[in-house]
Design a protein around this ligand. Structure first.
Ligand code: AMP
Length: 478
């Protein structure tokens, strides 16, 4: 299913081609109360938690030459007045640390590699400064077809390209960009595989200034002559370490180096984890004077998550899960498994045991994936069994419990999975089933529990050594 919603209420088709007149000379459209309710209504609002204030005590480092100073309050910044109003409508009163610094750095036109915890507002950290800088120039920069007949030959020339690893994350970033582009001339679009390409082409033919994309579909649309990257002002890689690991690196390199992308652009990368080798690779895409922003430890997590690790043998997992679900108060619970097959069979088991569960994985159709996520968000199926497709970036309000039914063998993957709970200063619980199959991650898991001042169960004692600190390797280079 393609997303065909606008950040501006176009009304008739005729109006679409006379749209400039609807904006005042400032380039800002009048308020539209119905659309405002849709974009900023209570159901789209994430309440910040009691621990939001703790952000102030997280150490922040910016490395590189002449970094611009961060700021304390959104009002102090010279963001476009319309963006400030949109921030207020989104009810963001205080910027998170990654926003404080990222907004200042992007506004100063510098390239950036940023590392900050899950759920700490990275999406707004890139959408706010990029979109805001373009608001006042939009009238001159953006391209639209000259009428319905021109649309078929129209090549969209986005000003901002945001690439993300999964369709679900693309849709989420697209929804967020609609909020921040409200009343502006900028039109966001999302293109991703699994959904009908024709519907997405029809959408970008209406104009596409902020493009959120997965790499495969993007290459397809560039090759069909529908997207041209020569006008790009900002390139953003969200979940950048994932975008540059083996699965995606080739496609990213092709898009950045061989598809006519504007070289005179700002490049921005964000993630909660950033292994050193990937940071080395990332430098290929950044200007030499880029800045490196680090909030807390690279690959660290928030102390707002209570992490619990239980010894559970493979054959006892179902029974243990059933006990957990029976004894916990009803709450949104996300259960991670390793394979698509286990997702199907665990979903079936829970369904037969009368739990309100659904599941999501890569073999499901796009419609089924969106339906499952919607049912989870709406609370009609408050238990979601998932593979890694929703481990990164997905922001669902009030996920109170993440269960690692199958423990990960990579600590970075663990950080992303448990980061689906305890967002923007809220508290959350993560329970992981551990047995002999998971020894490869035992030491890093034990270190993380110690770092986050969590209880270390007896069976992890064998992984303890004298030095249980994570070495923060950012000092070697940046
Ligand atoms: P993200 O880490 O970008 O997925 O954001 C996590 C959640 O925090 C989202 O629901 C955002 O809408 C929300 N959020 C981001 N920045 C702020 C802020 N400064 N104040 C309040 N909520 C925020």
């Amino acid at each position: 299913m393609s997303r065909n919603m606008d950040n501006y209420n176009w009304g008739s088709a005729k109006k679409r081609y006379e749209w400039k007149a609807e904006y005042s000379s400032s380039g800002v459209a009048p308020r539209d109360m119905a659309l405002e309710k849709e974009l900023f209504g209570e159901e789209n609002h994430t309440h910040t938690g009691l621990n939001f204030d703790k952000y102030a005590s997280i150490p922040v480092k910016v490395k590189g030459d002449n970094p611009p100073p961060g700021f304390e309050r959104f009002e102090e910044t010279n963001l476009h007045p319309c963006m400030k109003e949109n921030i207020a409508l989104a009810r963001y009163s205080i910027p998170t640390p990654v926003q404080r610094n990222s907004i200042a750095i992007v506004t100063a036109g510098r390239d950036l590699m940023a590392c900050a915890q899950t759920g700490s507002g990275k999406t707004a950290a890139f959408l706010i400064p990029t979109c805001s800088a373009l608001f006042s120039q939009a009238m001159n920069l953006i391209a639209r077809p000259n009428g319905p007949h021109d649309a078929r030959h129209f090549k969209c020339r986005p000003l901002v390209l945001i690439m993300a690893p999964t369709r679900e994350l693309c849709v989420q970033i697209f929804d967020e960009s609609r909020r921040f582009c409200y009343r502006s001339m900028l039109r966001p679009c999302a293109v991703y595989g699994g959904a009908g390409v024709q519907g997405q082409i029809r959408e970008i033919e209406k104009g596409c200034d902020i493009l959120v994309a997965t790499p495969g579909r993007l290459v397809d649309l560039i090759d069909r002559g529908k997207i041209d990257l020569s006008n790009l002002r900002y390139l953003v890689l969200d979940e950048a370490d994932r975008m540059l690991d083996m699965g995606f690196e080739g496609a990213i390199r092709e898009i950045v180096e061989r598809k006519g992308m504007n070289k005179d652009r700002v490049t921005l990368m964000y993630s909660a984890t950033f292994p050193k080798e990937i940071r080395g690779l990332a430098r290929d895409f950044l200007k030499p004077n880029y800045l490196f922003l680090k909030v807390g430890r690279i690959g660290g997590t928030t102390t707002d998550i209570t992490q619990r690790v239980m010894w559970v043998e493979e054959q006892d997992k179902r029974q243990k899960l059933r006990e957990l679900l029976m004894t916990q108060p009803a709450c949104r619970t996300l259960i991670f498994v390793d394979t698509k097959r286990s997702a199907d069979s665990l979903d079936q088991f829970l369904y037969q045991a009368n739990f309100p569960a659904t599941s999501i994985h890569g073999d499901r159709s796009q419609m089924e994936r969106e339906d499952a996520l919607l049912a989870f968000k709406a609370g009609t199926s408050p238990i979601l069994v998932a593979t890694a497709v929703v481990a990164r970036g997905i922001d669902v309000k009030n996920v109170m419990h993440v269960v690692n039914y199958d423990m990960t063998n990579s600590i970075d993957e663990y950080i992303h999975r448990i980061g689906r709970t305890a967002r923007v200063g809220n508290a959350g619980l993560a329970t992981s089933f551990f047995n002999n199959n998971n020894s490869p991650v035992g030491r890093d898991l034990t270190k993380l529990l110690i770092e986050c001042k969590q209880q270390v169960p007896e069976f992890l004692a064998r992984y303890r050594t004298n030095d249980m600190r994570f070495r923060d390797d950012e000092d070697d280079d940046y």
